[in-house]
Every structure is written in C-alpha cells, then in structure tokens.
Ligand binder design. Structure first.
Ligand code: KIV
Ligand code: NA
Length: 265
C-alpha cells in the first residue's frame, strides 16, 4: 500500500492482514510513525492527556484538535490520518457534528474522523457520511463518557452491554463506517464482533482477535510511566532514557564540557 485509504483497510481485513495504528499529535512524531509504515495515524483526543496534561479527554477543543491534525498531516506521506471529533463538538445535534467534521477535513486536510458511540450518534454518523467524510466508530470504553462509567475498567463484561455493543457495531457497519475501534472489552467479544462484521475492528485492550491494533505512541515508547494497564506493551523506556540524556546535558553544561572547541564557531 503506497498510500493507505479507507478501502485499503477493508481489503486488509479481507486478505487477513492485520492493521497497525498509532496515535501522533505533532509533525516530528508523525514523520517517524509514518516512515515506519504504520497503516493508520490517529490524531486522538488523548492529546488532551499526553500533550496538554489534562486528566480526561473532555477539555480538548475542536480548534486544538485541528492544530494537532494540521501538524500531523504536514508530515504524513503514506498513512491514513484519522482525527477524533472532541467532546462537545458533536453530541448536541447532527448538524453540529457535520460542521465539526467539515472543519477538521477542510482546515487540517485529514482523511477521516472518529466519533465515540453507537445508536446514540446514529443521525450524526449518517449526516457526516452523507457529506462524503469517512467515519471510524469507537465502542466499548469510550473515554468521553468516563463520568457516566465512573471507572476505566473493562466494559461489556455483562450480557446486556455486550449485546448492545454487538448491535452498535452492526449499526455502524450498516451506516457505512469503514472501521471501528474496540476499547477495553473482553477478547471473546472482540472475536464475536470481528467475525460478525465485514469492516475491520481495531483493538486497544480488546485482545488478539481484532483486525488491527492501536496504542497511544507515548505509551508504546514508555514516555508515560504512571499508566500501566495490562494491555500495554512498552517497546522502550523513553521516560528514563530521555531523563538520563537530559541530566547528562545539564551536567555537561555545568561542568563546562558542552560546548567543546569543535562545537563552536
Ligand atoms: O484518543 C485516542 O488515542 C484513542 C485511541 C486510544 C483509540 O481514541
Ligand atoms: Na480518542
């Protein structure tokens, strides 16, 4: 795939090829992620946590999401870039949802948007799709509803919530979404959902049966160190590595070791 499209993702599922997705929020990181052949780059509203330091994803604004998305788009040559529509920019009515989606597409040059929820946002999803904007769904643990859940624990463990999730997944497929993120649900449910729909599921804490996987880049690189869910595999410990590199720099400056004779004009 020279340039990943929403159609490539559906083809990957058809050919049983797993989809890789990671978040990025700025130009430099997006350049690295894209060059490493990640299929989908998500400009997630997790920027609210990892970039801005908020406790939840709720405070980030549409303007801030567009700023992150614009920076990412400038770096990307291959990946499909999906942007989260933030809390408060689509829940009140379908027209507001469409307006927000259009702003993201027009001002950032992104390729698709992502919204959290199923039946509750049916009309908004329909309206956005009707405007020609590809939509990725997001079910299970939907962080914009954290105050409704009250906790970040695994969702849809009980029959009733699992059934609703399955119905929501089928609905999003029927409406025309190209993919669905499944966050923190039992692996068995991810398997059932993935087998019941033809569009790819992308898991985060959803187990091995999802058609693809997504992680927050700061978590994968170990830049965050107080977030330790079971589903997280850290590929580096950058929190410590960056810390020691920076301490070394401080020491070198203090000791008059940096800059040396070759490092000046
Ligand atoms: O905002 C985000 O990073 C996300 C992913 C974790 C799916 O929505
Ligand atoms: Na998100």
């Amino acid at each position: 795939y020279k340039r990943v499209t929403v159609k490539s993702l559906v083809d990957m599922k058809k050919h049983n090829e797993k989809i890789s997705m990671l978040t990025a929020y700025d130009y430099s990181m997006a350049k690295i992620v894209d060059s490493a052949n990640v299929d989908v780059i998500l400009v997630g509203d997790s920027a609210s946590n990892v970039m801005a330091g908020h406790e939840t994803t709720l405070p980030i604004t549409l303007d801030q999401m567009i700023y992150h998305a614009t920076s990412v788009i400038r770096a990307v040559e291959r990946a499909l870039v999906v942007v989260d529509i933030p809390f408060g920019s689509y829940q009140s009515d379908p027209k507001e949802a469409l307006r927000s989606a259009i702003r993201i597409m027009k001002e950032s040059g992104a390729h698709a948007v992502k919204l959290e929820g199923g039946i509750e946002i049916k009309e908004s999803v329909k309206k956005i799709l009707k405007a020609g904007i590809p939509v990725m769904g997001h079910l299970g643990l939907t962080p914009q509803s954290i105050y409704k859940f009250g906790t970040y624990t695994v969702r849809a463990k009980e029959e009733e919530e699992a059934e609703k999730l399955m119905e929501d997944a089928k609905l999003l497929e029927k409406l025309g979404c190209f993919s669905i993120v499944l966050e923190k649900i039992p692996a068995a449910l991810t398997k059932k959902v993935s087998e019941s729909i033809s569009i790819p599921t992308i898991g985060i804490g959803g187990g091995k049966h999802a058609d693809g996987q997504v992680l927050v880049i700061h978590d994968l690189l170990g830049m965050t160190h107080e977030f330790n869910p079971r589903f997280l595999r850290r590929y580096m410990n950058l929190y410590e590595e960056m810390g020691s590199a920076i301490s070394q720099y401080v020491q070198d400056v203090k000791n008059r070791d940096f800059p040396n004779d070759e490092e000046q004009y």
